[in-house]
Write a protein that binds this ligand. Sequence first.
Ligand code: GAR
Length: 224
Amino acid sequence: MTSGANTGRRKRTAILVSGRGSNMTALLDAAVDPAYPAEIALVVANVAEAPALEKARAAGIEALAVSHRGQGGRQGFEERLDAELRARDIELVCLAGFMRILTPWFVERWHDRLLNIHPALLPAFKGLDTHARALAEGCRLHGATVHYVRAEMDAGPIIAQGAVAVMDGDTPQTLGARVLAVEHAIYPKALALVASDAVEIEGMRVRLKTGDGPAPAALIVPVT
Ligand code: GAR
């Protein structure tokens, strides 16, 4: 794939998960390529039973659980998480089905180095049950978004989006399955853009830097 204006060194990246980890797997698969500009150095789950942890270990990636139920409440959880990331010189963090809301403290510490994937075309359908809500609203297009994380939930400069057509017979499950395929396509591309320093942020807009980076169309990922 096109990785953009790669500075040469791969960025040490952590993935935070809560569940099955299919987006995590898409990122791990992309990072198997030595030319990919991010290396996945760590996977962390907030629940020890998350299937993603076993999948990561099977792929040879260090994977650990940091429980959100430990001492110190939300702040204590985020301090333990932050300490694990810093102990491994992590540079970028990808949320991939990580179902905890992060406080402004953590978001600020990882400002512009924290990415999230959301199963809707933001700024529409922030929050949960996005596929059912898109159907209920009669949307003809639906999709997924990769964005930089800001303190407000499901908001932040958009790096990549992919859309699918809504079919007349769709249920939240059938629509969600097609959106998930889009997620797996756009997250590795978005991480590559960030890890290769190919993009810059101006307000809410993410722009490709000029130079020998990928073509502008790389910011919009067409998925058939
Ligand atoms: C994905 O659809 C992701 O976009 C969503 O959870 C799913 C996780 O699946 N994330 C959110 O809803 C975050 N607000 P996965 O564990 O198979 O990647």
